[in-house]
Each structure stands twice: as C-alpha cells, then as structure tokens.
Design a protein around this ligand. Structure first.
Ligand SMILES: Nc1ncnc2c1ncn2[C@@H]1O[C@H](COP(=O)(O)OP(=O)(O)OP(=O)(O)O)[C@@H](O)[C@H]1O
Ligand SMILES: [Mg+2]
Length: 261
C-alpha cells in the first residue's frame, strides 16, 4: 500500500503546526506505523528540536535536492521508535532553494517505504507553503480558538479548495481552554466548525506539558498527549469520540439555555 502524504499547515504563525507534526509523528509511530516527518520550514528549522533529534543531523532537505547526499543519508532515525525518521530543513538556506517539484519527487520516493509522510509547513501562503502543499494527499489545518487564527485558516482553506487538484482538508483545533469557552471568552469547537465548515479531526487542549516536552524533545504526556494519540487513531481510520468536544458543546447548550431565560 502506498503511504499517505499529510501536510500540516495553518496560515497564521505560531498556532502549533510543528508541535502537531512532531507529536502526531510520535503518536503514529507508537501505533507501529512507519513514519517519516519532513521539515519544509526552510531557514527556520524547528521540527528536529521538538522531536529531540537536533544533535543527529548531518544533511538536510536542501542537500538532497542539490545532490550533495542521497535521501537515505539525510534521514535521521528517532531513538525512541523503530520506524520513525526525520528529514530536517536547512537552517542556512533560503526557501527558494526548494521547488514544489522537488517536494513531489522526494515524497514519491518515500511512499513505498512509509505509511505516513508528514510535512511541517512554514506559516503564511508564500513559497514555503506552496512547497509544503505540493506533495500532499491530505491537509491538516491547525488553528487556535481565536478570531485571527480562524480567519487565516479560512483563507488557506479557500486557497486549497481552489487548487488545480482539490486536496481533502481536515481541521485540528489546538490550545483549547475549556474554562474560557464555558465563560464565553473563547470560540468554542462548534463556533469554529460553523465558521470554517470543514471536518474536525482533532481537538488539542492548552497544556503546559507541551512546552516542557518540546524543550526536552519528547512526546507530550497528559491531556494534550492523549489528544494527539486520538488524532493519530482517527487519521488511521479508527472512530474515536471527541471527548472534550462533547463536554464543551453540552456546556454551551446549557449556557445558552440558561442565558435565554
Ligand atoms: N496545546 C498547547 N498547549 C500549550 N502550548 C502550546 C500548545 N501547542 C503549541 N504550544 C506552544 O506554542 C508555541 C508555538 O508552537 P509551534 O512552534 O508548534 O507553532 P508553529 O505553528 O509551528 O509556529 P511557526 O508558524 O513559527 O512555525 C510553542 O511554544 C509551543 O510549545
Ligand atoms: Mg513551525
């Protein structure tokens, strides 16, 4: 079976693309899937750090494309999982060193050997985004529950839907604070789905363990870790209920009922 290329993107910067790519890669690897993550954020590489692999890098994606090494030589093996690899981004080169064609060629070469090829996208809608999206079979849009992140997500969804070949797009809501949603201080999951009208595949709570585990280069544990594992299972085709969504929407309904009286 051919591997699925899933690009993680957002529009707005800093919403959690790299965190999601890294933790999804580790969660899928823990489900014994064969995973390779590609850092397409050329010039600003970060995925290696969040996966704890920064000391093992010899070559990077630009070296592959420019013929200084083979794809195999640029792959960094993760120490914690038998079938998890990373292709790091270059730290020094500018993003125009890679083209959409290069990305498609790299992904094609990997499809036979991996179940999932995860691509971490840079923020924005420029060159780096176009590279990241070029090989995608599917796209995950990461957003935060705030108006500006949702607006940028909407823009990206519009761009992808009008792409020559439309790519299936699904939504990951990151950094949800259920306490604030309950008080009506933050967009709820229902609000965001209503605004974007795309299928939800993951809800990741705000969790202070995320920063700590990213700094240590390990998979996050706790509530966010569970949510990433649920996301991985859903991408793998399992039906996993949205626990926090159910609680939130129930609370929302209750609040609306209460306020209307
Ligand atoms: N669920 C979460 N709970 C708490 N902190 C989080 C969560 N998700 C991400 N963060 C924090 O938010 C910051 C930005 O995350 P990250 O680097 O993954 O975003 P990004 O979208 O890749 O950013 P960029 O657009 O710069 O590439 C990091 O400090 C990360 O630890
Ligand atoms: Mg990033």
């Amino acid at each position: 079976m051919s591997g699925r290329v899933i690009t993680v993107t957002s529009g707005k910067g800093g919403v959690g693309k790299t965190t999601t790519t890294a933790n999804l890669a580790m969660a899928l690897a823990s489900l014994e899937k064969r995973i390779i993550a590609i850092d397409a954020d050329i010039g600003l590489r970060n995925l290696d750090l969040v996966m704890g692999l920064e000391n093992r890098i010899v070559y990077d994606l630009v070296d592959v494309v420019e013929g200084r090494c083979t794809l195999r030589q640029a792959m960094v093996k993760h120490k914690g999982y038998p079938y998890l690899y990373l292709i790091p981004a270059s730290q020094t080169r500018d993003k125009t060193a890679i083209t959409p064609q290069n990305m498609r060629a790299v992904a094609m070469e990997l499809k036979d050997s991996y179940d999932f090829i995860l691509v971490d996208s840079p923020a924005g809608i420029e060159w780096g985004f176009k590279n990241a999206i070029a090989p995608a079979d599917e796209v995950l849009i990461v957003t935060n529950p705030d108006v500006s992140a949702v607006r940028d997500a909407d823009r990206i969804i519009g761009l992808i839907e009008t792409h020559d070949v439309p790519i299936p797009v699904r939504l990951v809501i990151n950094r949800l604070k259920s306490g604030m949603v309950r008080k009506g201080e933050m967009l709820s999951v229902d609000d965001i789905i209503g605004l974007l009208s795309i299928r939800l595949v993951g809800v990741i709570p705000e969790d202070e363990n995320v920063l700590r585990s990213s700094n240590q280069g390990v998979a996050v544990a706790g509530p966010a870790g569970q949510a990433f594992l649920n996301l991985a299972r859903r991408l793998d085709g399992e039906q996993v209920p949205f626990q926090s969504l159910e609680i939130t929407s129930l609370m929302d309904r209750f609040r609306r009922l209460f306020n209307n009286r």
